[in-house]
Design a protein around this ligand. Structure first.
Ligand SMILES: Cc1cc2nc3c(=O)[nH]c(=O)nc-3n(C[C@H](O)[C@H](O)[C@H](O)COP(=O)(O)O)c2cc1C
Length: 226
């Protein structure tokens, strides 16, 4: 393994979703550098369909308040349907074990419904992160190709954060309030939101960040043909 491979592997394996951040804002050059990296993501026919809205400072606080209000009013406006109860047992089981790891880390039991919903609402305050990037996209066809481009962009963004010593968390939950985000940021209705990424410096001492969720063995995902 050469030095470059080693450092790539290190970045990939050290990226983890962080759920507690320090309040310090990042220098704008650092954000710019992450955005320049993410811009290198591949896309179908190189259409680069991502429209990224980065929110910081006063606007970040106003947006968090608007999301909390939308949540309190049960004003859910996802652009893309999401219902985990439809997941087959294989995926539901994996989702449950990662949720268990998350709640165990912060001492919230399965029976503690209020504790779980409080923990879930932390999503709406971006887990305390000083910045959030919303990944918007045009709805083209059935949206599947464009959504895969956004996924490529999202992972490149997350790996760049890690390579810069920063951290982030992708959040589908933010997509449940797409109209609220569009209204607050003045974004046209034609642009659809898949997810947001809250980011900043992780609070490394926080229990919420002290979890590593595993991965299934390769043999369960990969089949070789010769
Ligand atoms: C597209 C996407 C959306 C996600 N949405 C959320 C979310 O809304 N809230 C959350 O706490 N975690 C969210 N996650 C984080 C996953 O739970 C996490 O990636 C998974 O458990 C694997 O853990 P790791 O990122 O630490 O490797 C999301 C991840 C992805 C890729």
């Amino acid at each position: 393994m050469n030095a470059m491979n080693k450092s790539f592997s290190h970045v990939v394996r050290h990226r983890r979703s962080m759920r507690e951040f320090l309040p310090e804002a990042l220098p704008s050059e650092l954000i710019q550098s992450v955005l320049e990296d993410a811009q290198q993501a591949p896309s179908n026919c190189n259409i680069q369909p991502w429209q990224v809205h980065v929110v910081s400072g006063k606007k970040r606080d106003e947006l968090a308040a608007a999301l909390m209000a939308a949540d309190a009013a049960s004003h859910f406006t996802p652009d893309y349907y999401f219902d985990m109860s439809e997941y087959p047992a294989l995926y539901a089981g994996r989702a449950q074990s990662s949720a268990k790891a998350r709640y165990d880390a912060i001492n919230v039991s399965r029976e503690d419904k209020e504790g779980r919903s409080r923990a879930l609402r932390l999503n709406l305050d971006f887990f305390g992160a000083p910045h959030v990037a919303f990944l918007f996209m045009p709805a083209l066809g059935d949206s599947v190709r464009v959504a895969s481009d956004i996924g490529m962009y999202g992972q490149t963004f997350l790996l760049s954060l890690t390579a810069h010593g920063l951290a982030g968390i992708p959040q589908t939950m933010l997509g449940m309030y797409a109209d609220t985000v569009r209204e607050e940021l003045g974004i046209e209705p034609e642009l659809k939101m898949l997810f947001g990424i809250s980011f900043g410096y992780a609070d490394r001492a926080a229990a919420a960040n002290d979890i590593v969720v595993g991965r299934i063995p390769l043999a369960e995902s990969v089949t070789f043909h010769e």
